[in-house]
Design a protein around this ligand. Structure first.
Ligand SMILES: C[S@@+](CC[C@H](N)C(=O)[O-])C[C@H]1O[C@@H](n2cnc3c(N)ncnc32)[C@H](O)[C@@H]1O
Length: 413
């Protein structure tokens, strides 16, 4: 049977709530068109190679989804009827694989696993009927990951361009406790407006995520370069997508910055963490640009000026564990102030209050924890300010007074 050439005209890039403005800024700089912001996502036009460009280059996106259709689905029957009505035979053939993931609930569809089963059955029934067979389900590595988003009695169905979450960059070979997500690390670096020709220190480096993301930014390494997006195997789009991906990768390789005039410095009091950072930096292709040492954050030599100290200090999920973290962080900030002329950025739980007042802050989630990034700009004392990377303001952090943490003492150094 000949297939119609299927199209998905709209893409979504998802991100943790709080990071939409940064993601949208990235998308604009990538030249994506028709960008709109929603909660926990942006949308853009799916023209030409746009979906693949997003997979390859967006540092803060969790998934790139290609929108198929939206229909009312308040209950099981409506969900089944809506899905079975869609021409899945234009997209999938018998030899491919698929899986379904559901996000969200409606009043009568409150179990995501149950909703996924209905969608899966409806797709299989439609294909059995139309092409006399159905593809196998592969929950780990499906060629088609169908994402079912339920919200306010409606279902939106999309296909995941890559098939995996994009924060999995492939370089984290060795992990430590409580690593920050790669996408979150990239987001706070973009938000900080760190300039790659200035120093960067992470005194709580753990597995090295922040310094590795910084070095990747500085080298202009595409975060998705190691990926093989699932959509390269979508039967009706295979040759077009393969061609686009090869071109995009060749272009990305040509844009890698090779100079090594800058360095990022990673330290941690745990030698295991420092070893993990070194191994992961090696896997990411940035080891020569990352210096690693074992040190207490209060004894690091932060000499220099115009750079950025950035990190997520240790903290637990329970308020009672914040107190030691608070003391450690305040002492670290004092050390930075005494020994260097750098700005500083820390990712801490939202409830944590410091005696220093941050100039900027950004609310976000780090996995299950409500967090904030707090930014201390070096003051006029050194009379050097970080240059602004773009005219774009991250409005959520700059303008909302309700987001202001109730810290008291202005930080001066
Ligand atoms: C939340 S983890 C950082 C995770 C890291 N950003 C990553 O992505 O893997 C906090 C790190 O702080 C380190 N740490 C705890 N107390 C410290 C201190 N006084 N000085 C330096 N590092 C410390 C821990 O060993 C741990 O690796």
């Amino acid at each position: 049977m000949s297939k119609r050439s299927p199209t998905a005209r709209l893409c979504y890039a998802t991100c943790p709530p709080g990071l939409e403005n940064i993601l949208s800024w990235e998308a604009e700089h990538l030249g994506l068109e028709g960008i709109r912001r929603g909660r926990g996502r942006i949308s853009f036009q799916n023209k030409g190679d746009a979906a693949l460009r997003a997979v390859l280059w967006l540092r803060t996106a969790h998934r790139i989804l290609e929108h198929l259709f939206r229909f009312p689905a308040g209950n099981r029957d409506e969900l089944y009827a809506g899905v079975v009505d869609f021409p899945w035979e234009d997209w999938l053939d018998r030899d491919t694989t698929f899986a379904v993931q559901t996000v969200g609930t409606t009043e009568q569809l409150h179990h995501t696993h149950f909703s996924s089963l209905i969608v899966k059955d409806a797709i299989a029934d439609r294909l059995n009927q139309r092409i006399g067979g159905r593809p196998d389900v592969d929950p780990q590595n499906p060629v088609f990951l169908v994402v079912c988003h339920l919200d306010h009695g409606y279902c939106t169905l999309s296909l995941d361009t890559d098939g995996h979450r994009l924060h999995q960059r492939g370089y984290r070979r060795v992990s430590v406790d409580a690593p920050i997500r790669e996408t979150l690390a990239a987001a706070v670096l973009l938000w900080s407006r760190w300039r790659a020709d200035t120093q960067l220190f992470d005194p709580f480096c753990g597995s090295g995520t922040i310094v590795i993301e910084a070095a990747m930014l500085a080298r202009n390494l595409a975060p998705g370069r190691h990926r093989t997006p699932a959509c390269l195997e979508w039967p009706t789009l295979r040759s077009q997508r393969m061609k686009h991906w090869a071109q995009l990768c060749a272009d990305a390789d040509a844009r890698v910055v090779e100079q090594s005039e800058w360095l990022v410095a990673a330290s941690d009091r745990s030698p295991e963490a420092v070893a993990a950072t070194a191994a992961n930096a090696e896997a990411a292709g940035v080891r020569p640009w990352v210096t690693c040492s074992t040190s207490d954050s209060r004894r690091v030599d932060y000499r220099g000026s115009g750079g950025l100290v950035v990190g997520n200090p240790p903290y637990g999920e329970r308020l009672s564990t914040f107190v030691p973290a608070r003391e450690l962080l305040e002492q670290t900030i004092e050390t930075i102030g005494r020994t260097g002329g750098h700005s500083a950025l820390f990712i801490v739980p939202q409830e944590l209050e410091l005696e220093f007042e941050a100039q900027r802050w950004l609310m976000m989630r780090n996995g299950p924890i409500d967090c904030k990034a707090i930014y201390f700009e070096q003051t006029s004392q050194t009379n050097r300010r970080m240059e602004i990377r773009s005219t774009n303001e991250w409005s959520s952090s700059r303008t909302s007074r309700t987001n202001r943490p109730s810290s008291t003492k202005p930080l001066r150094w």
